[in-house]
Design a binder for this molecule. Structure first.
Ligand SMILES: [Zn+2]
Length: 304
């Protein structure tokens, strides 16, 4: 369902050059132009079933940041099956895949006059930097997912629970991966029919949960060259199932690594009054960090 919603939002964004929270309301024109995708029914049944199976497979095989080899291979295989040309990053983990109407358009459809691969809204997004344009002047709209899991045990009792001890997709990155892949497959279909008005790039970023993060690898690899806008996807338990929320700007927390150095006189536990207590302070410090940031952060009006 969310893959369908994302495809609709991306298609809308590609058409109007921007997207705001208001645009998330059902938009009849967009729905009519997405083949087999509706707000009520979501994706075509076959694709929907396949994506559910893929997401559960990823959930059963979580991989930590910078080790997402199996995940990368699974995404690559599915994109290639759809006759797309994904490129694995130079690091061998994570990948990028362009859905470019200029390259994917079905010549037969074009000759028959079925659709128009050119944007009806002009070339390029207003306000995008000149350096962020392709040769033909149209920057990519990006759909971005992160693909790594967390070092957390999966204690659920479902058939698709993690098969790897102390590893789980506890942050939903298996969902993000599947949603962006599913939306990409729908948009590729549109591109082939000459009905995608803008080039779209899928980014599957590794190592979101570790430092340094995989975003640096993405940038280093030149993946953001020619990019105009990015729609990043993340689960949020505050949003009802089946709905998609939108926020312009940063969202979800940043993570950081903290090292605590303790210094003091050593000694024997028989004489604690002569030693420095190294055990008590460390557990006390981390819980204080969220309290500090909460005190320093004021939610915007309407923010839950
Ligand atoms: Zn996450």
């Amino acid at each position: 369902m969310i893959a369908a919603q994302l495809a609709r939002v991306a298609f809308y964004a590609a058409r109007v050059n921007h997207v705001t929270p208001r645009d998330l309301e059902p938009e009849a024109t967009v729905e009519a132009e997405l083949p087999g995708v509706t707000a009520e029914a979501g994706l075509p049944a076959v694709l929907r079933a396949e994506l559910i199976a893929l997401r559960r497979d990823l959930h059963m095989h979580p991989e930590l940041g910078n080790r997402e080899f199996r995940t990368t291979a699974a995404i690559k295989a599915r994109l290639e099956q759809a006759a797309l040309a994904p490129r694995v990053l130079a690091t061998g983990i994570g990948l990028v895949c362009d859905i470019d109407p200029a390259r994917l358009i079905d010549d037969g459809a074009a000759e028959r006059g079925e659709g128009d691969a050119r944007s009806a809204y002009g070339d390029g997004y207003p306000g995008d930097g000149a350096g962020a344009r392709r040769d033909d002047g149209r920057p990519f709209l990006v759909l971005r997912a992160d693909i790594d899991a967390l070092p957390i045990p999966d204690t659920k009792t479902v058939a698709y629970r993690s098969t790897v001890p102390d590893r789980a997709h506890a942050c939903g990155h298996d969902v993000h991966t599947t949603v962006v892949l599913g939306a990409g497959l729908v948009l590729a279909e549109l591109a082939r029919e000459g009905r995608l008005p803008h080039p779209v790039r899928l980014i599957f970023q590794p190592a979101e949960e570790v430092l340094p993060g995989g975003a640096a690898d993405i940038i280093e690899d030149g993946v953001l060259d020619g990019v105009g806008r990015i729609i990043a996807v993340h689960c949020d338990p505050r949003v009802d199932v089946g709905r998609l929320g939108l926020r312009v700007g940063p969202i979800t927390s940043a993570c950081d690594r903290v090292e605590i150095a303790l210094d003091g006189a050593g000694g024997h536990t028989a004489r604690p009054h002569l030693t420095t207590d190294m055990v008590t302070p460390p557990p006390r410090s981390p819980p204080r960090c969220p309290r500090c940031s909460a005190a320093a952060w004021t939610p915007a009006p309407g923010w839950r």
